[in-house]
Design a protein around this ligand. Structure first.
Ligand code: ARG
Length: 458
């Protein structure tokens, strides 16, 4: 096919090059936004008298028909037309004749591709935020059911102090709610109109960029034409936010994998979200959680690839930047899939409260509370720490928990310990007494849940 830019060329593009530099196989995903952007551009050209109103109307009707044709599966894109922008221009001219050739007045593919990518990403951020909100709502609902479900909290993956499952889940609520905010913040910088920047130096035509921005729902127009066509910060920011979301997922998944192990048995992942082994008949594996953990690497890879693609690029547009799309699309798709599968996996898992309680009673998770008990009886904290350390050593050599010690045994270490010690070091007391704002006491977690609900209603 004759190239739209073929005028100055005397030879055809090498066949391998044709395939090599064509992006239609992946950027065809932008067809909807490419057409919406072109319609807004054509309408503005008409209003400004750059083309006639009739010409504008003809172009708009043609573009609307092409959109319908594509959605009806009637269109075969052509590799030799390179990318989605030129494919649609070719289709338009085929459909409405020579007037189609006027659409590209005052525009370049460089500002056009930036426009399409921004429109696409703006919408996908909305979609991802909706999915994130569903996960956040599921976390709130699950937390409400487990305000009194005690399990050990860990540091260094060693049992540390008792917390509740609600408190643990609400930690993830905080992380994912920051992600929700991060995406909204990133979207502000996505939502800037680049069209009008032309190839790099704007245009001599009297474009009304503000009108195009209004029609396409942009909150502002870019203020430097060279920046507008060479900026992919908004893609990087999104990939950064996506990487943080995946990092949160991978931590959560790691915990679900640990919790569902034979050694721990705090939860059982539903059959619908686990898989078996082709050789070991007894196996039920947390593959979904592992795969989400694994896909984190893929999203980080997309971020690193994009940072590397942009590194050292001179102003303004360079073809290197065409490499942004596959990374961006893959990240959006991966995030969506993970969100869609993670939330129901979480909601359907079975919680083994007994195992959690049993584990929180072992491992001396109440040792800090015993030290605090002694402090409240008048001992300086450092001395209390020492006394309890010795008690723990005693328990270890006698295979006992602190709760199992007799009052006599306790008093052998400190005369300050009285009958009320048993109440003070029960794991339930340990949790309930942690009333500090942001602490695990059920009353505090309830407050956090109320705050969480308000956030989701906004
Ligand atoms: N397909 C190109 C991309 O995705 C569109 C812009 C091409 N511009 C150019 N001057 N080659 O980046």
């Amino acid at each position: 096919m004759k190239k739209l830019w073929g005028g100055r060329f005397s030879k055809n593009t090498d066949e391998l090059v044709e395939d090599f530099h064509s992006s239609i196989s992946f950027d065809k995903r932008l067809y909807y936004w490419d057409i919406k952007g072109s319609i807004a551009h054509a309408r503005m050209l008409g209003k400004q008298g750059i083309i006639t109103q009739e010409e504008a109307q003809k172009i708009i009707r043609g573009l609307e028909e092409i959109l319908k044709d594509i959605e009806a599966g009637k269109v075969e894109f052509d590799v030799s037309a390179e990318d989605i922008h030129m494919n649609i221009e070719v289709l338009l001219t085929q459909k409405i004749g020579a007037v189609g050739k006027k659409l590209h007045t005052g525009r370049s593919r460089n500002d056009q591709v930036a426009l399409d990518t921004r429109l696409y990403l703006r919408e996908e951020i909305d979609n991802l935020r909706e999915l994130l909100k569903k996960l956040l709502a599921a976390l709130l609902e699950l937390a409400e059911k487990h305000l009194d479900t005690v399990l050990p909290g860990y540091t260094h993956l060693q049992r540390a102090q008792p917390v509740t499952l609600a408190h643990h889940l609400m930690a993830y609520f905080q992380m994912f709610s920051r992600d929700l905010e991060r995406l909204a913040d990133c979207q502000k910088r996505v939502n800037v109109l680049p069209l009008g920047a032309g190839a790099l130096a704007g245009t001599t035509f009297p474009l009304d960029r503000e009108q195009v921005a209004r029609e396409l729902g942009f909150s502002s127009v870019s203020l430097n034409s060279m920046d507008a066509v060479s900026d992919r910060d908004f893609v990087l920011e999104f990939l950064g936010a996506a990487s943080i979301i995946m990092m949160h997922f991978s931590r959560f998944c790691e915990e679900l994998i640990f919790w569902s192990s034979q050694e721990v048995q705090f939860i059982e992942i539903d059959d619908a979200y686990s898989t078996g082994s082709s050789i070991m008949p007894q196996k039920k594996n947390p593959d979904v959680a592992e795969l989400i953990r694994g896909k984190t690497g893929r999203v980080y890879g997309n971020l690193m690839a994009m940072l590397t693609i942009m590194k050292g690029l001179p102003l303004a547009y360079n073809k290197d930047m065409q490499e942004d799309k596959e990374r961006l699309f893959d990240t959006v798709d991966t995030l969506k899939k993970c969100l869609l599968v993670f939330t129901p996996m979480l909601v359907t898992m079975q919680v083994n409260k007994e195992k959690m309680l049993e584990a929180s009673k072992g491992g001396f998770t109440n040792a800090t509370d015993l030290a605090d008990y002694l402090v409240k009886k008048g001992l300086p904290f450092r001395d209390a720490h020492e006394v309890v350390g010795k008690l723990v050593a005693y328990c270890l050599s006698n295979t006992k928990n602190l709760d199992d010690l007799t009052l006599e045994e306790f008093q052998g270490f400190s005369p300050l310990i009285k009958e009320d010690v048993y109440e003070a070091i029960s794991v339930f007391t340990c949790v309930e007494k942690r009333q500090v704002t942001g602490g695990p006491a059920p009353e505090q977690v309830k407050k956090a849940i109320i705050e969480g609900k308000k956030l989701l209603e906004k």
